[in-house]
Design a protein around this ligand. Structure first.
Ligand SMILES: [Fe+2]
Length: 420
């Protein structure tokens, strides 16, 4: 093989290696350093450096070989000088022949360091940085083929630096977006909580109801293994489930006795009204308007507004429904005191499968039991129910019985489905 062919193959090999190095996603400085070594090795050069243009034309040395690290420190390259370099042929960038002002201005520094060639890395018409090269180890002059190789490899390194910068910008923007998104989410949550407080203020007997329904819904969904995003969504739905009450007459909401049929039908408009209020809003979570709309539906079809049955009711609405009913049973109302925990558990057992979904009740009972058993890190349910409410001797037994009864019912239902 002729020496020139051999050299060509060698150069191609080096270019391929360089391409691979640049496409890699590893350490940026390492990538530039390896690229410089490949370039120096291919042409057997003694020394060289790669510098990138940073703010306002100042140069930062990214990789250096055979030269002092202090080279280029404090050097800048003016816009006009960039243009001169952009227009220059590789040969004109030879230090000893060039009158390009950047090179001639820094002639002493360059030639004292043994730099012979200063090449701009050009990407998309802009100077990304400079490649500085010393002479050949053999003392020979650069040939035309050498210049071509140098130009090609310089382009490669320039593209690598440019790509790296773009990726950095993308990562920075992504981080900014993430922060903005977090802020927006926090603002959304705070606004929703403010709304919940506004809803509850209208109803003087149920202060804090919406907030508690939000928390109970969150706890149930967590126990059911929902994702973080879904849990956040159901909490919001809980906060907002009664938003439709904003359009119901304050007297009806605050009636200190059981209301008559006409007033009751007015009050029963609130889930559909809530849906009307919530559906035009672009929520960051799915199905919030539907959870509000269907929080008074029942599995047996006797709920409102649409009289849906089991499968037709979204799981989120079933959760909010239980959280809502549980809070209603466990807080004082104008016409009655709150019910004992035993009484509440009896209600849940009797109404599972009719009003409530057994799976949802089971999950809630499990979450309460974890708190009672001291297995939970925090005890929000105990806190919301107030001191003493969950402290009866039989609380644990009531919950364990409820869970096993509901589980055996669901096993029975599953067996029936298989045999039928
Ligand atoms: Fe409601």
């Amino acid at each position: 093989m002729e020496p020139s062919t051999q050299k060509l193959i060698h150069t191609f090999g080096a270019l391929a290696d360089l391409g691979q190095e640049i496409a890699g996603t590893g350490d940026f400085t390492e990538m530039v350093r390896t690229s410089l070594h490949l370039l120096l090795g291919t042409l057997a050069l003694r020394r060289g450096a790669v510098a990138e243009c940073i703010d306002e034309g100042s140069l930062r040395c990214v990789a250096v070989w055979g030269l002092g690290d202090e080279l280029l420190s404090g050097w800048t390259i003016a816009e006009t000088e960039k243009h001169q370099l952009l227009d220059a042929e590789a040969k004109e960038c030879l230090v000893r022949y060039s009158d390009k002002s950047f090179i001639s201005r820094n002639f002493d520094g360059l030639s004292n360091s043994g730099i012979e060639l200063v090449l701009p890395m050009i990407v998309r018409g802009d100077v990304t940085g400079l490649v500085l090269l010393g002479g050949k180890a053999s003392g020979e002059e650069f040939s035309n083929a050498d210049f071509e190789t140098i130009k090609a490899m310089t382009r490669h390194i320039g593209v690598g630096i440019h790509t790296h910068r773009l990726l950095e910008q993308v990562a920075q923007r992504a981080e900014e977006n993430r922060r903005l998104y977090e802020e927006l989410r926090a603002i959304y949550r705070d606004t929703v909580r403010a709304f919940a407080a506004a809803i509850d203020i209208k109803d003087k007997y149920t202060q804090g109801h919406s907030e508690r329904v939000g928390r109970y819904s969150e706890i149930i969904a967590q126990e059911m293994g929902w994702s973080e995003q879904e849990v956040e969504g159901i909490q919001i739905a809980g906060y907002l489930h009664d938003i439709g009450k904003l359009i119901v007459d304050r007297d009806i909401i605050n009636a200190p006795y059981h209301i008559d049929a006409k007033r009751s039908s007015d009050l029963n408009r609130h889930p559909a009204a809530g849906y009307e209020i919530l559906s035009p809003i672009n929520h960051p979570y799915a199905d919030i308007p539907l959870m509000a709309k269907y929080h008074h539906e029942r599995l047996d079809g006797r709920g409102y507004p649409d009289g849906l049955t089991d499968e037709q009711i979204p799981m989120g609405a079933k959760i909010v429904s239980l959280a809502d009913a549980f809070d209603a049973m466990t807080t004082d109302r104008p016409y009655r005191r709150r019910r004992s925990f035993e009484d509440v558990v009896r209600d849940l057992r009797e109404n599972s499968g009719k009003q409530f979904d057994g799976k949802v009740v089971t999950a809630f009972a499990r979450a309460i039991l974890k708190e009672v058993n001291g297995e939970a890190k925090k005890r929000p349910i105990t806190k919301m129910l107030g001191k003493g409410y969950l402290e009866g001797e039989n609380v644990r037994g009531l919950l364990t019985d409820l869970i096993s009864e509901l589980e055996s019912r669901s096993r029975g239902a599953a067996a029936q489905t298989v045999t039928s």
